[in-house]
Design a protein around this ligand. Structure first.
Ligand SMILES: Nc1ncnc2c1ncn2[C@@H]1O[C@H](COP(=O)(O)OP(=O)(O)OP(=O)(O)O)[C@@H](O)[C@H]1O
Length: 256
């Protein structure tokens, strides 16, 4: 079992402790929602796990392997997959070309072959089949020949998830995946996350403000507050806890 674990993970910005000695494990087959008020440290915690930021102290391990000193790309190769809002897309390429490049990037030896010689590779058929399967999974086959720049926002976000799936990570990390989406677009992304959840070998981390989404998707909720982990458990139990009612949901003591 490939377990993701943080131990005493800490980072300070000036005098401010943005993530404060967070110790937490994430098991395959589990979707953990990470919640907390604005500025609680959720995105910073993600950055420390994915390697965009290096911790001042503490460790990040995946399957027992210490990744604390690994770069972001080394962590991606080790199995940590993070969806970045649109920053990984090539807007002047088609949907299919974007997915094919992502599939290719996961195969050994790609650095020797260059990124634009797809059609001459001996494993062309296998790579195409994988790209096709991913486009099917995200229901985007009908748009495979469209330029990414011309896609509606919601489809671009779906494609981000497709590229992440192409990397076949052990751990999927989503930071507010439906932010900025309209009512028609958000359910499509949530459906994709639901489908990913069915693969019990995957570990999913989700930073999400929308409590209805958290209630529906999460197997477990971790609450950060002022950088520290203040609650961790089953959704019903965590949502009902006084610390969440007070600190996160904004229920005043006297009204609770
Ligand atoms: N690069 C940085 N330099 C200085 N301070 C930072 C930096 N990144 C984050 N912070 C601070 O660290 C704290 C945690 O920020 P973070 O973005 O992780 O919170 P968050 O829980 O994700 O908030 P939100 O829900 O608003 O996205 C905040 O006080 C923020 O201002």
């Amino acid at each position: 079992m490939t377990q993701l674990a943080t131990r005493d993970l800490t980072i300070r910005f000036g005098g401010h402790v943005a993530v404060d000695a967070v110790t937490c494990t994430f098991e395959p087959g589990t979707l953990t929602a990470i919640v907390g008020p604005n500025g609680a440290g959720k995105t910073t915690f993600f950055n420390l796990i994915s390697g965009q930021l290096k911790a001042d102290s503490g460790t990040v391990t995946l399957g027992g392997r210490d990744l604390s000193r690994a770069s972001a790309s080394q962590r991606t190769r080790a199995g940590l997959g993070r969806a970045f809002q649109l920053t990984n897309l090539f807007p002047r390429l088609t949907v299919l070309e974007n997915v094919r490049l992502a599939v290719q990037a996961t195969r050994p030896g790609t650095h020797r072959r260059g990124l634009n010689l797809w059609s001459v590779w001996s494993d062309h058929g296998e790579l195409m089949a994988r790209a096709d399967a991913i486009l099917d999974a995200v229901a985007m086959k009908a748009r495979e020949n469209e330029l990414v720049a011309n896609l509606p926002h919601g489809d671009q976000r779906k494609l981000e998830v497709a590229l992440l799936m192409a990397l076949e990570p052990q751990v999927y990390m989503f930071d507010e995946p439906t932010a900025g989406m309209n009512h028609a677009e958000a359910p499509v992304i949530l459906d994709l996350i639901r489908k990913l959840k069915q693969d019990r070998s995957k570990t999913i981390l989700l930073v999400e403000h929308k409590m209805d989404v958290v209630r529906e998707l999460a197997d477990r909720i971790v609450v950060l507050h002022n950088g520290a982990l203040v609650a961790d458990g089953a959704p019903a139990e965590v949502i009902a806890s006084p610390i969440v009612q007070e600190a996160y949901l904004g229920v005043a003591k006297e009204a609770a």
